[in-house]
Ligand binder design. Structure first.
Ligand SMILES: [Zn+2]
Length: 242
């Protein structure tokens, strides 16, 4: 039997093919043929097992029947295409349903190639070659596109974040009511004059700071023996002559 040795030459590593068919003999037939052309083989007999193996083994290609117990081949395609871990794995559907609608349905579900049974192993191998070639190029293109998109998204996300922060800050600053008051939020402490030790007389407070959240309060005092005006900063609890 003549096999195509292209797989190893092209991909460097031996491609792993996941063969999904409820019929053991069919799996064996395909597996033996593909193994001759240096494919590594994994088998699954139903959709659920195929899904699990696709996620864990990350095959280079999945070959599946449409008629499977439980999750059928169409549904399997849909699920594989929906999962980030399996989205780009090429799928070859081999179907006993020769109806045009089934072929279209498989394609719409995400199959890269649809073969009608009875399908010779050579045909299958040829399709596998084709989708592997196609998918390598497509995957590379998808990867570049995805990276570009990520960079763009990250950039616009940063911009958006910055804009939001700016708006928020501006609103807070605008909403922030800077004022003089004699009824401030924080009680002005009883203080003595650092120069003469006499009681300081509270005059007023100034409410300021960069925003409502970072609001600050300065209390102003006069010395009762006319040493001057003092400013007490609530945040630092420091008294200084002004
Ligand atoms: Zn004084």
């Amino acid at each position: 039997m003549e096999t195509m040795p292209l797989l190893t030459a092209r991909t460097q590593h031996r491609p792993l093919a996941l063969i999904v068919d409820r019929d053991g003999d069919t799996r064996k037939m395909y597996a033996e043929y593909l193994a001759l052309s240096k494919c590594l083989i994994e088998e699954a007999e139903d959709g659920r097992e195929a899904l699990a193996k696709a996620i864990t083994r990350q095959p280079d290609v999945i070959v599946t029947e449409t008629r499977l117990p439980g999750i059928d081949g169409f549904e399997l395609c849909t699920l594989l295409r929906r999962d980030d871990a399996t989205r780009t794995i090429p799928i070859v559907v081999v179907t006993g349903d020769a109806f045009e609608t089934d072929v279209r349905r498989a394609q719409e579900a995400g199959a890269d190639a649809v073969l009608i049974k009875p399908c010779l192993p050579e045909m299958l191998l040829k399709e596998i070659h084709r989708v592997l070639d196609l998918s390598a190029a497509l995957r590379e293109r998808a990867r570049v596109t995805r990276e570009k998109l990520h960079t763009q998204l990250a950039r616009s996300e940063t911009l958006l974040q910055r804009t939001r922060e700016n708006i928020r800050r501006t609103m807070l600053i605008r909403a922030h009511d800077r004022r003089d008051t004699t009824a401030p939020p924080l009680a002005p402490p009883a203080l003595v004059c650092p120069a003469c030790d006499q009681a300081l007389r509270y005059q007023r407070s100034h409410i300021g700071g960069v925003s409502e959240r970072h609001s600050e309060q300065w209390d102003y005092y006069e010395c009762s023996t006319a040493c001057g005006t003092y400013q007490y900063r609530q945040r630092t609890r420091k008294l200084r002559k002004v």
